[in-house]
Design a protein around this ligand. Structure first.
Ligand code: SAH
Ligand code: SF4
Length: 384
């Protein structure tokens, strides 16, 4: 089963726009070459493999760079397809090294992508799966942005390509990568766009391309329970759950999707996640909100709730945004909360806020597809 949102009219790619080959899976690429008459079916697999390497291992954006493809075929490819990167509207670098790109993939479609050095093995890229989000979690800035639409696989892959262009990571380095992990923790709910997310993961994990191991890719969800199994089966990626509360009453307020899939169902879905084990733990994300969910009783309730699940807990200090009524818990309170989890045997790192000065931290992303410029947001907010 596959749930997806089909909301847009204006925002959908124009039918006449050439297909960007970067967003096609291997099989999709092979088929596209046949359909466009670029090569005969019996040669398509071999051609697709050649072209694949140029796109995903070398990162080329021009068919004429494909030196083992004959000139006339290069021309046919250029007629039928594109490899163009989207426009980078803004690039910001935080004083802590975090980079944020505002990427425009189509008129009115603006996405934010964030690179955070020294996270994961070397550095993590936080990618968006939708423009905005329909889910309205009350502490999340993205949730206040009206969803424009689901991103295509090409638009998800493009975020990785843009980051690697900037980090100088073509051809795919075997070792010493700066971009070593991918987290679907940017704008949007990935499980409402699972088909495109799964295709994008197939593309970026392919060994003859970007070659990021599926174990280094984490998909974060607010708890779309019916899609959890399919996510695990199709992508074999690491799972992160935005939990944030230990009882339905509070979670209904913080993560309204909880009214549809309450905690009991959510926990059952997580326990059944394919491949879960000590080597593949689920990450529970828990945002620390002052006086809301940060008491020692709640820490103990959390231990009880996740008992028996191979898990770690990420405590995320709340990142404020203009207009929010929530505040971040005091540091001491967060440490006390973490100590209770640690004592119960759960690794519970406190996630240091990164890139707050450029509004790149968790939950601060909100592109101007909703018509507020990032510069105006910065001006509205005093940054530390
Ligand atoms: N929609 C998905 C993935 C994107 S959100 C999800 O909700 O899981 C990535 C993480 O940032 C989630 O755990 C989310 O709850 C958290 N988050 C949202 N707003 C935040 C904020 N203002 N401060 C800190 N974390 C926040
Ligand atoms: Fe959407 Fe995730 Fe933000 Fe909730 S926390 S509004 S699901 S992006």
């Amino acid at each position: 089963m596959s749930l997806s949102l089909d909301i847009s009219h204006a925002a959908r790619a124009r039918p006449s726009a050439p297909v960007n080959l970067s967003g096609l899976t291997r099989e999709g690429l092979r088929q596209a070459l046949i359909d466009a008459g670029v090569c005969p079916p019996e040669k398509a697999r071999m051609r697709a493999s050649q072209i694949w390497g140029w796109i995903h291992h070398y990162g080329v954006t021009d068919f004429s760079a494909m030196t083992n493809v004959a000139r006339d075929m290069q021309a046919r490819l250029a007629d039928a397809f594109t490899l163009e990167r989207p426009e980078i509207v803004e690039r910001q670098v935080s004083k802590d090294g975090t980079r944020k790109w505002l990427i425009r993939t189509a008129p009115g479609i603006e996405i934010e992508t964030v690179y955070i050095p020294d996270v994961g093995r070397a550095g993590a890229l936080c990618v968006s799966s939708q423009v905005g989000c329909t889910l309205n979690c009350s502490f999340c800035h993205t949730g206040t942005q009206k969803l424009v639409r689901n991103l295509t696989a090409a638009e998800i892959v493009a975020q990785v390509q843009v980051a690697r262009d900037d980090l100088g990571e073509w051809p795919s380095p075997k070792e010493d990568r700066r971009l070593s992990n991918i987290v679907f923790m940017g704008m949007g709910e990935p499980l409402y766009n699972l088909d495109h997310v799964a295709d994008a993961i197939d593309i970026i994990s392919d060994n003859e391309g970007v070659a990021l191991s599926r174990r280094r890719i984490t998909v974060s969800t607010s708890g779309v329970v019916p899609q959890l199994n399919e996510l695990g089966e199709r992508t074999q990626t690491m799972l992160a759950i935005s939990l944030h509360a230990t009882n339905d009453e509070l979670r209904n307020v913080l993560v309204p999707l909880n009214k549809k899939y309450p905690l009991e169902q959510l926990m059952a879905g997580i326990r059944a996640y394919p491949g879960l084990g000590n080597a593949r733990r689920v990450t529970f994300e828990y945002v620390m909100l002052k006086g809301v969910n940060d008491s020692p009783e709640e820490a103990r309730a959390l231990v009880k709730l996740i008992a028996g699940i191979p898990a770690k807990v990420n405590l995320i200090p709340f990142n404020p945004w203009p207009g929010t009524e929530y505040e971040c818990s005091d540091w001491k309170t967060i440490e006390r909360f973490a100590a209770i989890l640690n004592k119960a045997g759960y690794a519970s790192p406190i996630r240091t806020p990164r890139g707050r000065d450029i509004l790149a931290a968790c939950g601060q992303l909100k592109s101007e597809s909703e018509k507020i410029r990032a510069s105006a947001l910065r001006a509205m907010m005093s940054v530390d």
